[in-house]
Design a protein around this ligand. Structure first.
Ligand code: ADP
Ligand code: MG
Length: 460
């Protein structure tokens, strides 16, 4: 396989593993640029800074793992802003100016739209039905004692939007089925003739920013406020962007006022959404808030059996049990299952190969502690742990501290406040540090190499 084909294969894996909105927004337009064989780095182009940051930060690990699997050697991935990339609906955002810098001056003047403005606003073309993944239905959701309550509530909401629990917020860890349930509500409500809009908060933010830049806020509002059911995924990513939080607040109020249904998913309880405006946080808690737990072993086995029946892969029961025992996150399990399926289809899989694959998904990184990250970062920067958690503010010390904060965010599942505590600082300092490091890495390859080196030392 040529490097270009490896990237194409990785993209199709991503298409299967990510929900459609994320794939279209973040991955679809990323083009292969070159493969640096010496450093084993794949370099891809992204359409703008916003997408590029996202790919280099939150999606990077997943992409590197897939690339390495497919290339059959450990490789790294890096995204750069590709000037020539064409602009499509998913990237209305231009690329001549870093978007994130725009947030401040725009904040001041966002008023809720008047009714006239809404009425006058030109109609947007109807959304393609394809924004919901057809696999995420109630029928394909395996109910267990752990998730029964949230499942029932979701069904009730879908059958009578705006009438039962409004807003409805589902929270829980990664890969526990939040997006699946949110979209199941969407499918069901659509069958009932309702107008449904599903977006992740990131898409909401990026659409809003481009609407602002293009002078199309009226159209934006029309689009979001003319629905019967608004499904917002991953609301934790609203954090820190005040102007969009403001916009969301008004959208939210308008919909609730008109008895339209709002459903949200978050990775944590709304009271722990520390960087979200207090007004929004208390609104979120005003409706039904339910948590969804990771499915236990038996449920995971049922899920994998369902997948293998759907795809006609014969997996012996002991194999199903082995992979479900090794991998707890259903998202990871799906990745592993797809790998097994693909290899089985290519002529069978021996047990050792299966074991090797499973080991790769069995995540050692969860065991990485904040202290270990601080220790290694200090050591690699020629500093002491006390320097990083102390008060010193000299350039080398604060830079190393910011790198450590960024790596804590990237490599562990700790919350922002937990990370802040480890450095005796507050969570907004951590957010600032992460943004700074991502921007610096994009601007300076040498700096990126330095951060990557520490990351590798930690992942060893
Ligand atoms: P989250 O949004 O919570 O991170 P997802 O909804 O994306 O997780 O779920 C990850 C994968 O696991 C999806 O393919 C989803 O269909 C599947 N999944 C999770 N829980 C269940 C369940 N109870 N029944 C069937 N599939 C599930
Ligand atoms: Mg999700």
């Amino acid at each position: 396989m040529s490097p270009e084909e490896v990237w194409a294969a990785t993209k199709s894996q991503l298409q299967m593993q990510l929900d459609r909105a994320s794939y279209e927004t973040w991955v679809k337009q990323a083009e292969f640029i070159r493969f640096d064989a010496e450093e084993a780095v794949f370099v891809m182009g992204a359409p703008n800074v916003y997408v590029c940051d996202m790919l280099n930060s939150r999606l990077n690990r997943k992409i590197e793992r897939l690339l390495s699997d497919i290339a059959n050697q450990p490789v790294r991935a890096r995204f750069e802003v590709a000037r020539a990339a064409e602009t499509t609906a998913a990237s209305l955002v231009g690329d001549e100016m870093p978007l994130l810098k725009l947030a401040a001056p725009l904040e001041a003047h966002i008023d809720p739209p008047s009714i006239e403005e809404l009425v006058r606003a030109p109609r947007l073309p109807d959304l393609p039905e394809g924004d919901l993944n057809e696999r995420y239905t109630f029928e394909r959701f395996i109910v267990s004692p752990h998730n029964q309550m949230v499942y029932q509530a979701a069904r009730a909401v879908a059958e009578a939007p705006g009438q039962m629990y409004n807003p409805f917020l589902i929270y829980g860890g990664v890969g526990v089925g939040k997006t699946h349930l949110l979209q199941a509500i969407g499918h069901k409500a659509r069958q009932g003739g309702k107008k449904v809009l599903y977006v992740s908060s990131e898409v909401f933010v990026s659409e809003f920013v481009s609407a602002l830049r293009g002078g199309q806020t009226a159209m934006f509002r029309q689009r979001y406020r003319s629905v019967d059911v608004l499904l917002i995924d991953d609301v934790q990513f609203f954090m820190g962007k005040e102007s969009t939080q403001d916009e969301f607040f008004h959208t939210y109020n308008a919909l609730l006022q008109w008895n339209k249904q709002v459903v949200m998913a978050s990775d944590r309880h709304p009271r722990d959404l520390n960087n979200i405006d207090e007004r929004l946080r208390s609104r979120f808690q005003g409706g039904l808030v339910l948590d969804i737990q990771a499915p236990e072993l038996e449920t995971r086995q049922c899920i994998v059996k369902m997948w293998s029946e759907e795809r006609g892969t014969q997996l012996p029961p002991d194999v199903v049990e082995a992979i479900c025992t090794a991998v707890v996150s259903v998202r990871e399990l799906e990745g592993l299952f797809l790998q097994i399926h693909a290899r089985a289809a290519l002529g069978g899989l021996r047990r050792e190969q299966l074991e090797a694959l499973t080991r790769r998904y069995h995540q050692p990184r969860e065991r990485l502690t904040l202290n270990r990250i601080i220790e290694v970062t200090a050591q690699k920067s020629g500093l002491l742990v006390e320097d990083l958690i102390g008060k010193k503010r000299s350039e080398p010390v604060s830079q190393a501290r910011q790198i450590a904060m960024y790596l804590c965010r990237e490599l562990t599942t700790c919350s922002l406040p937990q990370i802040g505590d480890a450095f005796k600082r507050n969570h907004s300092t951590v957010v600032h540090a992460c943004n700074k490091i991502i921007a610096d890495m994009n601007a300076d390859p040498m700096f990126r190499a330095r951060v990557d080196k520490i990351r590798r030392a930690l992942e060893r």
